[in-house]
Every structure is written in C-alpha cells, then in structure tokens.
Design a protein around this ligand. Structure first.
Ligand code: QUE
Length: 355
C-alpha cells in the first residue's frame, strides 16, 4: 500500500482518485487539495481520460470533511501561519473546478460523506451512494458554516430543506439523499467496483458523455428504500422558513410534537454565531453563481479563522479534547448582534475572485 494521502491513477480511460487517509475517515488535508489541483486540470485536457472517478479508501468513509484539526493546531501553535488562509482558498478553487469540469466527474460514495467531502462530490456531474452512505453538513457543530459550496447547493433544495440541513447538521441516509437530489442513485457497496469497471469499458465520447454515464449507472442502480423526508417536509417548511435564528427557535418552541422539541434541543447545542452567519449565508447565496458563492464563503472562512472565534472552541471540544462541551461566545442567540454577522461578509485582503 502506498503511503500517499491521495492516489491518482489512469485506468481504462478513467482518471481515478482515491482519498487515502482511512484512519482519519479520509478527511481532506491541505496536501490532498494541492495534489488534486495539480492533477485534475491536466486530466480535463488529456484525451486518455474520458471521466474522473472519486472514491474513498477503507470501508467506513468517502470523506469526513476538511482537516480542521490541522487548522486548529496551526492557530494554537503558529499565529502567523498561512494554512488558514491557503486551505480554504485552494479547497474552494478545487470545488469550483469540479463544478465547471468539462468531463464527467463521478463520485462513488461508499460511506460517510460530510462537509469537505460533499464539496468534492455534490458539484460534480454524477454521484452514487451505497447503503453505508451517511450525509451531513455538520459545520455549525464546530462553530463554522456549511462551506465548500453549501451556499450553492443547499439553497437549491426543496422548500426549507437546505436551511434545515445547514442549521441542524441533520444526517441523511441514501434514500433521503436521493429524494433531496443530493445524490443521483443508490448502488450497493458490493457492486461499486463492477460499476467502475463498466464505466471503464463504456464509450463515453462525445457531447452526450453525461447521458452515457447515466445509462451505465442505471444498470447498477437499486432501490434505496423509503425516504423519511417527504413526511417531515411540512414541519421543516413551517419551522425553518424564517428570517432569523431566534424566529426559528420560537417556531420550534411553539410547534407541537416530539420532532420540533428534538430539533430545538439540537439547535440549542450549536454555535449561535454559526447559526446566525449560516442563515445570512443562505440568504445571500440564493440565486447566485457558483463563483459568487465561493467569494462569499471565502470571506466568511477568513473571519472564522480569526482568534477567539467559535471555530477553535468547536474543534477543541468536539475533535481535540473531546469533552463535547463547547463554550460558545456569545452563548445564546440573543447575544448575536447584526454587526457580528455582517462582519463575516466584508471583503478580505486576500479576496477570492474567479473570472
Ligand atoms: C463537524 C465537522 C467535521 C467534523 C465533525 C464535526 C469535519 C471533519 C471531521 C473529522 C472527522 C474525523 C477525522 C478528522 C476530521 O469532523 O469537518 O480528521 O478523523 O473533518 O462535528 O465539520
């Protein structure tokens, strides 16, 4: 086995990328991001590559997110470090390259896919998920916001579903992810290799390459089961269509039943500032281009990397000390001012723009 954190191989006309940190659930390190950005532009022009396949090593995860522990360590040990600036910039450049990729970008998701992993899969042309699939945008849990293009795809989901997923970190299994339009099809874990071989054997040439990939995937697709979201959507729409986090909390408080009480209890554990900036992110990103969304999210990311932000407390409590008891600042939503929120959307010195 190679020790590389990410593997690249051209095989049967497919550019195959394997995220290869199985012990860290394939969490995306800065090195992995840089290597992707080195290889994938070349594959886009290389006639020997007809499509890209993205997979995760090991049997648990596709990708658990970004390597936020690395950002935490730099913040703690090296106040002048540049990782906090460069990580998000280069990650978002890769997300945008995938969104605009000229060839099929096919993610075979056989396990956990959260945060940064969603940014590598959701913006591609195709994604399939196995029975081990588990999706979430869990960033409000650690004092961040649903980035990597969350502002783009979450605002395009039905009703208030995107707001619900963004604020609560709610997890979806494969049936719900298909229903939501976050993945295209269910392919059983046991058939993922076979699907890849069939894509390798297929003629994917021409302008209808994406349609040809659809047809191959359809041969391996199975029923993903019954989604739970259809019956929850009335409650989600009623409680999560609101202008402010305080209003959402009030609606949940007033809403009868166990579901609303559970959502409220979940929200009350999360970073109030994260929830407020996330709601503002979704408002500002609705109907914007992918590139505009990445500019907005980059500004937000840089504000979140400043000393004293909830992000460091969240990573500390959830991933480093694992005490599960983050001390958020402010501790509740009534402490979050308009100015604190607006601060996350101001231009930064090293702004990220695309032409
Ligand atoms: C929220 C997140 C992340 C998270 C947990 C959250 C995240 C992330 C990881 C993670 C998980 C396992 C690892 C690792 C990182 O956890 O982005 O290195 O081994 O990468 O509540 O956003």
């Amino acid at each position: 086995m190679s020790e590389s954190e990410i593997l690249f191989e051209v095989k049967d006309g497919l550019g195959v990328i394997t995220l290869n940190r199985p012990k860290a659930l394939n969490a995306l390190s800065y090195g992995m991001i840089l290597e992707m950005e080195k290889v994938i532009p070349g594959w886009e022009k290389d006639p020997a590559v007809k499509a890209v396949i993205l997979r995760g090593a090991g049997d648990r995860a596709f990708c658990a997110g970004g390597d936020v522990a690395g950002l935490y360590r730099e913040m703690r040990d090296d106040p002048k470090g540049t990782l906090r600036r460069d990580f998000f910039r280069d990650e978002y450049i890769v997300n945008r390259r995938i969104y605009r990729y000229a060839k099929p970008w096919i993610s075979l998701i056989d396990g956990i896919n959260m945060g940064g992993g969603v940014g590598l899969s959701a913006h591609g042309s195709h994604s399939v998920a196995s029975e081990k699939f588990l999706f979430a945008m869990p960033e409000t849990t650690i004092g961040l916001f649903p980035d990597v293009g969350g502002g783009y795809f979450l605002t395009r989901l039905k009703g208030a579903l995107g707001t619900f997923l963004a604020l609560t970190s709610h997890r979806l299994k494969v049936a719900d992810a298909i229903w939501a339009g976050i993945v295209d099809a269910h392919v059983p874990s046991a058939r993922m290799d076979e699907l890849q071989a069939a894509l390798g054997a297929a003629d994917l040439a021409g302008p209808d390459a994406n349609r040809k990939v659809d047809a191959v995937i359809a041969r391996f697709s199975a029923d993903g089961g019954m989604p739970t979201l259809p019956s929850l959507m009335p409650d989600i729409d009623r409680c999560f269509s609101a202008e402010t986090v305080a209003e959402i909390e009030a609606k949940l408080r007033a809403h009868p039943g166990e579901w609303a009480a559970k959502q409220l209890a979940a929200l009350l554990k999360l970073s109030p500032l994260s929830m407020a900036i996330t709601l503002e992110q979704l408002r500002r990103c609705a109907n914007r281009s992918f590139e505009d969304v990445m500019t907005i999210e980059y500004r937000m990311s840089q504000r979140c990397m400043q000393a004293g932000h909830d992000f460091f407390e969240g990573v500390r409590a959830l991933l480093i000390d694992k005490d599960q008891k983050p001390q958020w600042n402010p501790p509740s939503i009534d402490g979050v001012t308009r100015e604190m929120v607006e601060d996350h959307f101001k231009p930064v010195a090293n702004d990220l723009f695309f032409d």
